[in-house]
Design a binder for this molecule. Structure first.
Ligand code: SF4
Ligand code: SF4
Length: 838
């Protein structure tokens, strides 16, 4: 039994709301109906994992099946991990707080090599053996999927099965096969055998690693009929389910918006790009379907931002028409639409004009290489003129920030190519000078990492020293003139490259690094290269063997048994064309480049050419109503789990609840319209309250009763609306406000003697230092109107605001009773208006 429950630990960690599992649109099934528990595990923080569309898709397709419950789990922050270990608290799913070890299947998303250590954190906190060979019938199946599984070998020892390719159909097939296997009373090996018959499923234990005479690891299949794993493909996205009511995360996820996948696959053919090879062919979702999903998704989430996802959004054939339809729908409600992955050349003036109808969203351009020669090598078919025109248009239309992405260390790169980056950026700065004097350009540089299944998979990766030198040079030459320079840490790129082309021999390195304390290696504030170096040395891993060495085209590769559909022959041809600087055309409009994937019957590119403009469904559209408006003051209580919400997330929760409830909002004017809603005071995280207020402006037609009923039904557990009253034009007379607080301690004691000492004094100076380090000293005596100790672990007090400055009850307890931070964080605090009492 854990010494403390998660509930007791949460007040002591950062971002407690990330561990609640009470978000809008979470699905909690009746335990009596569940035959298969499927944990969807994301090996990174909640902020990152909840932004990933793949998890949302899997969550909904699995939960749509009777008898299957899919629940989420994310890697805990390091502070929570330490507390869980200390208290013996196992990691649990968010939805039902079920320990992960009791699930039937745990599926990890493998999106990024530098998350791999976090997989072991989740397994470790579940009490599960790391290696598949050490698990038995008492353990769940541990599986994985995502782009990193296209070279599954470095992680093959940890997983029972891995999904190669599009996961949504396979996940359901895996679940159904598991149920059939269970009904048939089969053992683990038989279940794996069933799974191995599904397209896209790799069972690592059905292959054995051997070292060939050249010292290279090759895999020997255990079963003659199971030698190659062909990737799973969703042939037609329009027939494939997509969530129209995704979970709306708390806090500040990295992508805090409704994400709509408008197409999958990109066949531009950039030769360094793994996604462009493994997710072929292009499959677009029909514009009408996208619009329908946008309508439903916005209504069900209340988001004020919508993002169109694709590897290259601007290449979506009907993008102009779609944007027009979407902006007609979104602009009246001030919902911004962003296209996060635009390609130069696809970014036209008319598209930019549509984007800026609500708000100018981010603008990122990826020339990748500075010289035309090198862009030809990598098949990035954009010209200098395209780049200049795009930058000119963006600044001309009022954008203030443009981000440029470059890679260094690309095959055949010379000094001249590096100089070309500097020259190109300077030319683009001049373009900015003419059109956007205040505009800023941010240059981001990362080290080229050769990836499996690309034409550059045989190439050498630059060393850390070379990478550092090149970054240093660019950094010193790209200074000033409203230019920012950012770069990816070369050591991180080295590790990413190691895992990207590694083999099974690396699994023990991962365990060693994990045991030495490595976590969240993709986060610069957590990355511990020295610790990695120690683990590499201890395991005797030759990093250069995996990264620096150019591989012979005939050499067996660790991922040769994984078939992405694109043939090795095609990749070799592309490598040859790269050396000649020869172009390969995009095949989406019919110019098949014979990569080997499509049969043109079942599998082929699916695109939708522009037709009549798509229009929003006027029936369900809720635009902003024109004035006049009335002002309402809404009262609410924040109890139970809702005490973990910080002020800013609370604001977001209410704004989205208002949108979902269909209450028209009034917005501020300007470039970044914000809803007109104001909160009386910011309640600290951890404090419950019986009565808080916000003020909102709504059209006269919205009644108080309607607002209470409709918004009230849209709030997460612990938040309730308690009253709503009309406010006059002028603010009500207000004297100093008083609040009653009850504080119940879990640890520490409150001594009568200390209370008496405080009450006997006429003055009690107290100094508080804010986050910026600024201190302020005030006298607590006139502020603390009452202070009583009904028991040694409970304090009741009435505090009055002084000159608009409010003192927290924890400040009083810290100052008067000398309580520790830890004791104050763990305490239960309930606030109420002084007139009402508890
Ligand atoms: S445009 Fe190039 S880099 Fe971008 S997704 Fe397509 S192939 Fe990859
Ligand atoms: S087979 Fe032809 S059309 Fe299909 S993805 Fe490959 S190049 Fe494109």
């Amino acid at each position: 039994m854990p010494r403390q429950s998660l509930e007791e630990i949460l007040p002591l960690v950062q971002n407690p709301s990330h561990y609640l599992g009470t978000e809008i649109n979470t699905l909690k099934k009746d335990p009596g109906t569940i035959r298969l528990r499927f944990a969807l595990a994301f090996p990174d923080l909640y902020d990152v994992g909840t932004s990933h569309v793949g998890i949302q898709i899997l969550y909904h397709v699995l939960n749509a099946r009777d008898g299957i419950a899919a629940e989420r789990v994310f890697a805990p922050g390091r502070d929570l991990e330490a507390r869980m270990r200390h208290e013996g608290c196992p990691i649990c799913s968010l939805e039902s707080r079920t320990p992960l070890s009791t699930f039937d299947i745990i599926g990890f998303s493998l999106l990024y090599e530098l998350n791999f250590t976090n997989i072991l954190t989740v397994l470790d906190l579940s009490g599960l053996p790391f290696y598949a060979r050490d698990r038995d019938a008492s353990h769940p199946f541990i599986i994985a999927g995502g782009p990193c599984s296209f070279n599954p070998e470095p992680l093959a020892d940890f997983f029972d099965a891995m999904v190669i390719g599009d996961g949504e159909q396979v996940a359901v097939e895996l679940a159904e096969a598991w149920l059939e296997s269970k009904d048939a009373g089969e053992d683990r090996e038989r279940t794996l055998k069933r799974w191995s018959k599904l397209q896209g499923v790799y069972v690592p234990s059905f292959f054995e690693g051997e070292v060939n005479p050249d010292g290279l690891q090759v895999l020997k299949p255990r079963f003659p009929e199971y030698r190659t794993v062909h990737k799973a493909v969703v042939n037609d996205l329009n027939q494939s389910p997509y969530p129209d009511c995704p979970v709306v995360p708390f806090g500040k996820p990295i992508h805090d918006r409704l994400s709509l996948e408008i197409s999958r696959g990109c066949t531009r053919g950039c030769r360094f790009c793994q996604a462009g090879m493994i997710y072929r062919p292009v499959r677009e979702r029909a514009p009408d379907t996208v619009l329908f999903l946008a309508e439903r998704g916005l209504a069900n989430t209340g988001y004020g931002n919508l993002s169109l996802l694709s590897l290259s959004t601007g290449d979506y054939c009907a993008i102009h028409m779609l944007m027009e339809g979407l902006m007609d729908r979104c602009a009246p409600e001030k919902i911004a639409v962003s296209l996060p992955s635009l390609r130069v050349g696809s970014l036209t003036e008319s598209l930019m004009t549509q984007i800026k109808r609500v708000r100018k969203t981010g603008f990122t351009i990826a020339p990748e290489a500075g010289s035309q020669r090198l862009r030809d090598v990598i098949n990035k078919n954009i010209s200098e003129q395209d780049l200049e025109e795009t930058v000119q248009n963006a600044f001309g239309l009022g954008w203030q920030l443009i981000k440029l992405y470059f890679m260094i260390g690309l095959p055949t790169e010379t000094e001249a190519d590096l100089s070309a980056i500097v020259e190109l950026v300077k030319r683009l700065q001049k373009v900015r000078g003419q059109n956007g004097r205040n505009g800023q350009i941010t240059v981001s540089v990362s080290t080229f990492i050769p990836k499996a299944h690309t034409p550059f998979q045989w190439c050498s990766q630059m060393s850390v020293d070379e990478s550092r030198d090149k970054i240093h040079r660019l950094r010193s030459e790209l200074r000033g003139g409203r230019l920012r320079f950012k770069w990816q840490t070369p050591e991180m790129s080295l590790l990413e490259g190691l895992w990207a082309r590694g083999d099974r021999a690396l699994s023990r390195l991962l365990v060693k690094a994990y045991e030495a304390g490595c976590r969240f290696d993709g986060w610069s504030d957590h990355f511990q290269y020295k610790t990695w170096e120690g683990a590499i040395e201890a395991c005797g891993v030759d990093v250069d063997f995996y990264t620096r060495r150019s591989r012979d085209l005939s050499e067996p590769l660790p991922w040769d048994h994984i078939d992405p559909g694109v043939s090795k022959e095609f990749l070799k041809q592309e490598w040859g064309k790269a050396l000649e600087g020869e172009e390969t055309l995009d095949c989406r409009h019919g110019d098949c480049q014979l990569c080997g994937l499509c049969d043109f019957e079942v599998l082929k590119p699916v695109v939708f050419e522009a037709h009549d403009p798509v229009r929003a469904d006027r029936e369900v559209r809720r635009g902003e109503e024109e004035g006049p408006y009335k002002k309402l003051q809404v009262s609410y209580a924040k109890r139970g789990l809702a005490r973990h919400f910080g002020h800013l997330e609370l604001v977001k929760i209410f704004v989205r609840a208002l949108r979902r409830a269909g209450i028209p909002l009034r917005f501020s004017l300007g470039f970044h319209p914000a809803p007109k809603i104001s909160f009386e005071c910011a309640l600290p995280v951890g404090t419950e309250s019986l009565e808080e207020h916000f003020t909102i402006q709504v059209p006269l037609s919205v009644s108080r009763e309607t607002l209470l009923e409709r918004v009230g039904s849209q709030l997460p557990e612990g938040l309730t609306l308690t009253a709503c009253k009309a406010l006059g034009q002028s603010p009500a007379e207000a004297g100093p406000r008083r609040f009653h607080y009850t504080v119940t301690l879990k640890e520490g004691v409150l001594l009568e003697a200390q209370l008496n000492e405080f009450l006997e004094k006429n003055e009690w100076p107290f100094t508080r230092t804010n986050r910026k380090g600024r201190s302020r000293t005030i006298d607590l005596r006139p502020i603390v109107k009452e202070l009583n100790l009904p028991s040694a672990d409970r304090a009741d007090m009435i505090l009055e605001e002084s000159d608009g400055y409010s003192v927290r009850p924890t400040d009083v307890l810290r100052s008067v009773f000398g309580l520790s931070e830890e004791a104050l964080k763990a305490a239960g605090i309930i606030k109420s208006p002084a007139s009402k009492g508890i």
